[in-house]
Design a protein around this ligand. Sequence first.
Ligand code: HEM
Length: 498
Amino acid sequence: MILNENQSIVNTYLASASLTLVVLLFSWVYWNKRPPNSPPGSNGFPLLGAILSLTSFPQRALTKLGKKYGPIYMVYFGNTAVVVLGNPETAHEAFAKNDCFNDRPQTIPILCSGKGLIMINASDFQREQRRFNLHALREFGMGRKKLEGRLVDVSRQLCKTIDDLCGNSGTSKPFPINEMIYQSISSVISYIIFNHDVTVDDEVFGSLLKEMTETKKENILSGVLMFAPKLKYLPFFSKMWRKSGEFRDKIEEKIKEEVLSHQKSHDRNNPRDFIDCFLNEMNNFSSSKSSGQINKNCDQSDEMNRSYSWQSSSSFTIGQLISSVRDLFMAGTETTASTICWIILFLSHYQDVQEKMQKEIDEEVSRLRPTVPLSVPHMASRDAILNGYVIPKGAIILTNIWGIQHDESRWPEPEKFLPERHLDNDGKFNKSSNWMIFNLGLRNCLGQQLAKMELFIATVSLFQKFSFALPPGTTPDMEGEPQVTLRPNLFEVIATRR
Ligand code: HEM
């Protein structure tokens, strides 16, 4: 009797074990099925996909997978298809020759409000806004001589602060430099947008600048949400998602105050800044209900008249203004400031290179540490063919900028800091088409001209006046913290007047 009972328990166990095995086998086979003719790659673990490989340094993990699968491959994060582009030719094919990879997945909560510039889908609305923003940034100096004066002033101010720290001895004690750099760079874009500086004392902008310099574990994980959006349904990530959204609302509320105060003193014939230009455009629409009329109030040069071709339309609303300001402030501060911090860190570490020429140093550091290492994610707006492969509608498209900048077939000994690789045999600066830290195509970086000016003027001023060194006995962290952007961790330097 007891024997029979035991036998039946064993049978039950065996039956459930076999059933579990069959279910697992079927889910494995089902999970690993890939759409016909999709790019190479693996589906990873059921439900998780390749997500576990991304927790510490996603761009290195994705570059390793690129070595296995080639310049275009598709993995799954959860059940979201993610296509990774790993060389400039594929990125060119995707973004310059195709028009269907320019949407954005809604994966960066601090930038996602359905409005603004960075995370809105490609559309007539987006193109009109991008054109307007480019125009307004140029109007207030991007890529032009007239901004240079402002940049020189900001750099001078920064040098003065460091000079004070050097005191009579000419050499400072170790001091953290990150926040100083962020503050200076934010003041350039602040003047373009608000016609005044924002300070660290301001509750909202101050904490935003602090948030940008800090590298908290929480922020690093929020970088993973950028390409694994479904994680936001898990408790830990959902809290992070909500907090990020709340912070975005706070920033927008603060910007709204700025807009209201601009409205009070607005003179349409004398636009002072980006906000005034936008308000002019809004007024134009409400007064003319867009009869194709072009607003020339903030447009002075012939060159700009030629490119000033959008028509005033209802895409110019207060909500859109607020979100555009948020995007410009954030994109215009964090990326450039991080790059300058990287430059100081690399040059403090590689003293012998510090005396070499400037331009190739800028290029080499941003090659080694591209501050937007996986670009801003794009999204396929329809099923499409890329490099002969089927890319499903809704797939997230990542350009592995980090991988492209570390590809040994294009950059021999890619991990080495060799600024001279950007010089030709005659010692002249040699621009390589493999250097693409701003990505390519219709959604590439809107502020790249401004960024290049800022990098050049700020770093030339700093290194003309000071030599920087790391405090003796410290080992710098040259890896940084990968988030949406790649920032250096806080570090201290010693400045010495030259
Ligand atoms: C070293 C500095 C910078 C780097 C490395 C950088 C890099 C990038 C990258 C990789 C993208 C995504 C391109 C794509 O999705 O195809 C981007 C987008 C963008 N950047 Fe930058 N950026 C920098 C500075 C700036 C500055 C100074 C501004 C503001 C004035 C700015 C404004 C923007 C905007 C608005 C977009 C979104 C463009 C769109 O979606 O149409 N960036 N940037």
